[in-house]
Design a protein around this ligand. Sequence first.
Ligand code: NDP
Length: 483
Amino acid sequence: MQTQPTASHFINGQYVEDTAGTPIEVIYPATGEVIATLHAATPAIVNQAIAAAKAAQSAWAAMSGTERGRILRRAADIMRERNHDLSILETYDTGKPYQETSVADATSGADALEYFGGLAATLTGEHIQLGEDWVYTRREALGVCVGIGAWNYPTQIACWKGAPALACGNAMVFKPSETTPLSALKVAEILHEAGLPAGLYNVVQGMGEVGAALVTDPRVDKVSLTGSVPTGRKVYAAAAAEMKHVTMELGGKSPLIIFDDANLENAVSGAIMANFYSSGQVCSNGTRVFVHKNIKEAFLKRLSERLDNAVIGDPMDPATNFGPMTSRRQLDIALGYIAKGEAEGARLAYGGKAIEGPGFYMQPCVFADVTDDMVIAREEIFGPVMAVLDFEDEDDVLARANDTEFGLAAGVFTNDLSRAHRVVAGFEAGTCYINSYNDAPVEAPFGGMKNSGVGRENSKAAIEHYSQLKSVFVRMGDMEAPF
Ligand code: NDP
């Protein structure tokens, strides 16, 4: 497959290059080889992208929702037709196994395009009668939206931000993570092939400073970031200077509570999905697994048996279900935390070693006997490192689960219906699971409480974050005034 794109950026409906920008080497995580070289956006490129978005946006907003939606739905169809090639590219970009990318990346991007394409025609204001007078509201686009992505789900993030933005009549300038710059260019290509007018979905490459240049540009009306909490703080503060709208999808250290009445096999499956899918590089992962003391050893034993079935290897092999880390840096971060966990006295119950050879591979890792104050129980690792903590009492474990700055996700496994709903009601987290983990269908709101974020992606809730209401008062009779 050709992994070197036509050019680094996609602006105003075409590929654009500016070799004056800092080179960005794209590395295939399975081998460590350079598979493409791109260039970060120069100030001229950033300006060109925002100018193109600004120029195209009002005509797009003036089209009917049905017309806008038709283009998004066509793009969804094209993405599905090309799922195989897009999945291979996503695997090159991220190292995630084809077994995952072929069902989770372009497919979920297509879901977002289809869902928001369908919703576009239904977006309306409302009529509010006030005696003989009335108010009506117009739901209007925000203008130019900037999307900034993380490296774990580059295709999905490009669509989760682009689809609702475009459905509401906005233009988008998207900056992927410098680690995974390839997939978003394909999303832009497909949108334009589906009939999206030039200038409405632009992709510019670069590191943090390109993101910062986009966020601070006065022509930009909204910023949607998927990234870490420290970056979120910077971007939110920069956007606040000009009262820009924001959506912040940030990190987490989510709890997963397993009661002793849970179906053990399902609970082990849940813990695996909550920690090892995408080699643990998932924001909503339930990395603090609280297991009731009565079943702890049985849980650890069964978990180890199941982890022995992980197929670690060539991510292009459809049998592989555990790929490399996306970058050397992320591998080193995960291994660094494992060393910290051992130094802090946690019991290494499974794996956790780097795997020799090319590529950024490591074994899935499980720590048992973890306590709440350990660094591995407090900080987001963003790797395949599960911390198992013991508990006995429901109120106590809920308080411990909530004792964190984060609030992205939380899960509970139990066969007690009342307890399940009671515990979920007590969770301080935006996305919760009962006897499941890490589902993220486009129909449901996704996002965090506390430091994990602001706003929601997906579902009808996203519409509120990509549009604004204008109230129009209409008087039927004469106008009165005091003098
Ligand atoms: P980072 O916060 O490091 O980066 C996120 C994006 O922001 C990147 O494109 C980055 O550019 C850019 N960026 C960095 N600094 C600035 C700045 N000052 N102004 C504007 N943009 C900037 O996160 P990672 O890419 O390492 O992704 C991992 C993090 O993302 C984890 O914390 C994870 O939990 C979170 N995440 C959250 C999700 C959610 O939906 N809640 C989903 C997926 C991940 P570059 O890296 O190219 O320099």
